[in-house]
Design a protein around this ligand. Structure first.
Ligand SMILES: Nc1ncnc2c1ncn2[C@@H]1O[C@H](COP(=O)(O)OP(=O)(O)OP(=O)(O)O)[C@@H](O)[C@H]1O
Ligand SMILES: [Mg+2]
Length: 302
């Protein structure tokens, strides 16, 4: 049966779809059996990064999670940012160190993070929530003298349980993002059309190289899957057009896709605690994230 989400008096429900365009993978939500896929032996850990702020990292991460989940992939979204935007986007409460362990404490104590994992409204997406005390992680990690090891150890607990772990990183080059990079097997760099975008990409790639070298891994062991240009607004002025062209034609980082400004689709989906591919599956906005997943070869296009 093909199914789709409809809103009934403020409550989401599943009904048989009226058209052939609704994805089969919606069957993975709300108690319906998830599609069967073959499981890879190793979990992919993807750093969703840019030390430049406000470029669309969180928006891309939550919606890419949706595009992966609708292909039946089991996704853990690790909210690495004490702002907790990815956590609240899925209507999951942030953790509180006054009440128990948090992401920051399990990272530092090297304890099992499983009890922190929260379910979302999408069956194939779980969230490892953020917590305010993560603001102190950079200094705590610095004190250990071996910051790079910690996220790899913590996320190692999930090895084989998920197909993909997406790391929604905060906008910083610091010991916490170093540690998250060291845990990653791949990266997607989000950018916006802005004067400082190329410099930001350069700095991000430099961080990747620094961490791979420090970990004794070959520099290309962190697979930079590509770049996503977020919040694209057209028409552009001459200056922005030149930046946009530079980004699209980056000599080493392929373009995975771009996301035009789509406030209504993105905010209304987020308000329901759902990625846009589940809340508004037929919109072009949903299509942008499916394209990114497919261009990054994270899913096989239908
Ligand atoms: N394509 C888009 N259309 C409309 N609004 C968008 C789009 N992408 C992102 N936004 C909005 O822009 C703001 C910044 O986006 P987002 O939080 O995803 O960026 P970020 O890179 O994660 O930020 P930070 O560096 O603070 O973590 C948010 O308010 C988000 O809702
Ligand atoms: Mg963010």
């Amino acid at each position: 049966m093909r199914v789709c989400w409809v809103e009934r008096g403020g409550v989401l429900d599943i009904v048989p779809a009226m058209t052939e365009t609704t994805p089969d993978s919606l069957a993975g939500t709300r108690g319906l059996p998830a599609p069967r896929i073959s499981r890879p032996e190793l979990t992919r850990i993807i750093a969703m990064c840019n030390q430049k702020g406000g470029v669309g990292k969180t928006t891309t991460t939550i919606n890419l999670a949706g595009a992966l989940a609708e292909h039946g992939r089991r996704v853990l979204l690790c909210d690495c940012d004490p702002q907790g935007n990815a956590t609240s986007s899925f209507k999951v409460p942030m953790l509180d160190d006054d009440k128990g362990p948090t992401q920051a404490t399990v990272v530092i104590d090297m304890s099992d993070p499983h009890e922190l994992v929260a379910k979302t409204r999408v069956e194939n997406i779980d969230v490892l929530p953020a917590s305010m005390d993560m603001a102190f992680l950079p200094s705590r990690l610095r004190e250990t003298g071996s910051a790079n090891q910690f996220y790899a150890r913590m996320l190692g607990h999930f090895q084989g349980e998920y197909d993909d772990i997406l790391l929604d990183m905060r906008p910083a080059l610091d010991t916490d993002t170093d540690s998250q990079t060291a845990a990653a097997t791949a990266a997607i760099i989000m950018v916006d059309v802005d004067e400082w975008a190329m410099k930001a990409v350069k700095m991000q790639v430099a961080q990747h190289k620094k961490i791979m070298t420090a970990m004794g891994r070959p520099v290309d062991d962190l697979d930079i899957l590509g770049m996503v240009i977020g919040r694209v607004m057209k028409p552009m002025g001459d200056f922005d057009s030149a930046v946009y062209k530079q980004l699209r034609n980056h000599p080493r980082i392929p373009l995975l896709g771009e996301i035009p400004v789509r406030s209504a689709d993105l905010k209304e989906s987020r308000n329901k605690g759902l990625p846009v591919v589940f809340y508004r599956p037929k919109t072009d906005t949903a299509g942008f994230f499916r394209t990114i997943a497919s261009n990054a070869k994270l899913v096989t296009a239908a």
